[in-house]
Design a protein around this ligand. Structure first.
Ligand code: ATP
Ligand code: MG
Length: 740
């Protein structure tokens, strides 16, 4: 054990060693990116178990993501072997679930309780809103959900909300609603995601014996990414650590990037007060990045006011390293082309694709790079979300387009016929399927016929007819409208975009951005068919093995804690990064959080950073002038090597600065057409006396399941007009009647 202990700590610098070996009492490691905080935490755990100061199940370690938990467990296993399995190691949420599952009755739940996903949660909320007679126009469900979530993040039960907070949330009516919502959840033996921490804290507070059991158990508590904990998580930790006080938190205030999810960087400042005598360790040696990258990151983050302040040094052995490559290009297409060429060049120089990452501000930005990587044949993976063309909203939109081009695509039909909800219930859809089988026709063609009959209830029939009419109208536009305009028309007129606009879940704005990105993407193709062919090629490419080396694509938020040899940071333009939203929100706080994101991005790199910005972006079917991000100017010139496409600065960004957000017509704008085309009345019933393929003839008596007996008064193809004895004149499908 002693020999192993030596091995464990021998590679550490003195401050790191201190953080590892000061096992008793509270310790706060506060230091910048890449200084070895996560490594210290893992080593500390190994050190404790190696001594041993505690058994594995007496140690509690918290990470920010499940992936980080997995990694930490693997590292730990490599250091001390299979004991690593028994450590309580996971995210706050997974650890809370584990505790609640052991004593569900303590918080009014029963064993096997369910954890609602966002959809279920919204549905429940809307039901309750109706009962409580909330006006969803004034107080949308999503807003209420946000308020409740905020209260939960702060660990407030309905009866414990401080007055000013209650007022800020909408007053007693909203508080009452929160009460009812919680009660309903308990009735359903369910909880939502935010409940996990809240209920755990409540359980500790109301059941001292349960708390005591955990306090006795967890002799050592370790927390990574401490700067992004919220109040509930903080209380949870404080309660658990109260007995032994052996808690070690590591964090970096400059990397606090989740305030929008309730994280409070102030928790770092309070640590000292809550755990008097806490040892504060500062690690200043960075082992990850070159001095050049470090200087650039430090210089940039110095523009933030609200920070604790610290400097980073490289260990001194590393060479200065390559300058940060800042590249200005004319357009987003050029940006993707240039970036992927750089990746190829690096690959030729011997870099592994696994060591490269493209980090973007928002999810929609991956599309351009994905396409370019695919055409070039470079393997890639998107972390933290599906690839662009696999995202739900994109697949939905594509299904509409597929159906336009091939009306017999039943899968596409099923995907979109009731999306957005058109009030087409199970019964209607079943009817459609039965009819399609009876007619031997695709679903869409069947729907087109059914709406001319009385087989469906009037409401369903009207809804389906709207859908069919829409499709017919858009079909007529296919060869006459610019593709971006066409796709937008379909997505808008179908009500699909509106569905996401109404949805106020945290993912909804990103989905709308992805749709906007899609409009831009189709603009690169001549015809819809060409575009869809391209997509099927893209999708085929998805099958490539995840084991193969590949470039990583992800958002800056998802990149926290990770490191790569080479990091690409595209899209450094005002209104993209910093984001439009952060700029609209006046005040420094939002902007400073964006800057911390930039800091996180830069400090992910070991050797090289490439930053780029384009002078114009295609937004819908217009090119929009863009301005380089202020963060570009905040990089120290001596760390930067700037290269721009020829002529880019000739015209001068000074001028374009005045044209902020203005658009120029690229020649398409003038050709925009009205998208409303009124079709001929395709629903009129042609009363022609002719023998149909159905084999029924005029005047024949028939029987229909729903309408009973009647006499045929008109025949057309597969449809009949029947004068029913009781139900009156109806149009029905021939397949649904039998000779009487
Ligand atoms: P972040 O703030 O980004 O989460 P961090 O402070 O957690 O960073 P780590 O990820 O633990 O930093 O370490 C950064 C890199 O430096 C890792 O590759 C790690 O293995 C290495 N490292 C840390 N300490 C040492 C050391 N004493 N000697 C050599 N390498 C080290
Ligand atoms: Mg870390």
């Amino acid at each position: 054990a002693a020999a192993r202990e030596d091995a464990l700590v021998s590679g550490l610098n003195p401050e790191q060693r201190e953080a590892v070996t000061t096992t008793e009492g509270p310790v706060l490691v506060l230091s910048g990116a890449g200084t070895g905080k996560t490594r210290v935490l893992t080593t500390r755990l190994a050190y404790i178990l190696n001594k041993p100061l505690a058994q594995p199940w007496q140690c509690l370690a918290v990470t920010f993501t499940n992936r980080a938990a997995r990694e930490m467990r693997e590292r730990l296993a490599a250091m001390i072997g299979p004991q690593a399995e028994a450590v309580w190691l996971g995210t706050f949420h997974s650890l809370c679930v584990r505790m609640l599952r052991r004593h569900p009755e303590a918080v009014g739940l029963r064993s096997g309780f369910t954890i609602l996903d966002t959809d279920d949660q919204m549905r429940l909320l809307k039901q309750l809103m109706e009962q409580a007679s909330f006006d969803p126009k004034k107080q949308p469900a999503q807003m209420l959900m946000g308020i409740i979530q905020r209260w939960k993040d702060r660990a407030y039960l309905p009866d414990k909300i401080p007055q000013d907070e209650a007022r800020a949330g909408g007053g007693s009516k909203v508080v009452q609603f929160y009460t009812d919502y919680q009660a309903r959840l308990r009735e359903l033996n369910a909880c939502d995601f935010g409940d996990l921490l809240l209920l755990c804290v409540v359980m500790f507070q109301s059941h001292p014996e349960i708390l005591a059991e955990y306090q006795d158990r967890f002799r050592y508590i370790l927390v990574d990414e401490y700067q992004d904990t919220n109040v509930a998580q903080y209380l949870w930790l404080r309660l658990l650590a109260r007995k032994y006080k052996n808690i070690c938190c590591v964090g970096d205030d400059d990397q606090s990037i989740y305030s929008w999810r309730g994280a409070e960087v102030g928790n770092i400042l309070k640590f000292d007060q809550d755990f008097p005598g806490a040892k504060i360790v500062r690690l200043e040696r960075n082992y990850r990045s070159t001095p050049t990258i470090l200087r650039a990151a430090s210089h940039l983050i110095r523009n933030n006011q609200g920070r604790l302040g610290k400097e980073l040094r490289a260990p001194g052995v590393a060479e200065e390293g390559a300058k940060i490559h800042v590249r200005g290009v004319w357009s987003q297409d050029d940006e993707a082309r240039w970036l992927v060429e750089e990746i190829e060049a690096l690959q030729r120089a011997g870099e592994n694709l696994n060591a490269m990452a493209i980090l973007v501000r928002a999810g929609f930005q991956t599309r351009e790079f994905e396409e370019r990587l695919i055409t070039t044949g470079i393997n890639y993976r998107v972390i933290g979300g599906p690839r662009f063309y696999e995202r739900m909203e994109i697949r939905d939109a594509l299904a509409y387009l597929r159906l336009l081009v091939s009306p017999d695509d039943d899968l596409a039909f099923e995907r979109v016929v009731n999306k957005p909800k058109r009030g087409l219930g199970e019964a209607t859809l079943q009817m459609l399927h039965v009819s399609a089988r009876a007619l031997g026709k695709p679903l869409y063609a069947t729907a087109a016929e059914l709406v001319q009959t009385d087989e469906l209830k009037p409401k369903a029939r009207a809804a389906l007819r709207d859908f069919v009419e829409g499709m017919e109208r858009w079909k007529a536009l296919v060869d006459h409208m610019d593709l971006p305009e066409l796709v937008r028309t379909v997505v808008e007129e179908s009500g699909y975009a509106e569905m996401w606009r109404r949805d106020k879940t945290p993912e909804a704005p990103g989905r709308l951005e992805n749709l906007e990105e899609l409009y831009g993407a189709v603009g690169e193709y001549e015809t819809l068919v060409q575009f869809l062919e391209h997509i099927s090629l893209v999708m085929e490419n998805e099958a490539k093995s995840a084991e193969e080396p590949g470039v990583t694509l992800m958002t800056l938020h998802a990149a926290k804690g990770l490191e790569f040899d080479v990091v690409f940071l595209p899209g450094w333009e005002e209104e993209i990064f910093p984001s439009k939203r952060s700029l609209e929100e006046n005040g420094q706080a939002a902007l400073e959080e964006e800057r911390r994101l930039a800091y996180v991005g830069l400090t992910r790199a070991r050797k090289r950073v490439y930053i780029s910005f384009a002078a114009s972006r295609r937004i819908y079917n217009q090119w929009v002038n863009t301005v380089p991000s202020r963060f570009v100017d905040e990089l120290p010139p001596d760390c930067v090597e700037q290269q721009s496409e020829s002529g880019l600065y000739g015209a001068g960004f000074a001028e374009s600065g005045g044209a902020w957000g203005s658009t120029w017509d690229d020649g398409w704008g003038g050709r925009r057409k009205s998208s409303k085309v009124v079709p001929g009345d395709g629903t009129s019933w042609n009363v022609k006396a002719r023998e149909a393929s159905s084999g029924f003839g005029l005047g024949e008596r028939v029987f229909h399941q729903k309408f009973g007996y009647g006499t045929i008064t008109a025949v057309e193809d597969d449809k009949l007009a029947v004068q029913f004895d009781k139900a009156g004149l109806k149009k029905v499908l021939a397949g649904f009647v039998e000779a009487a």
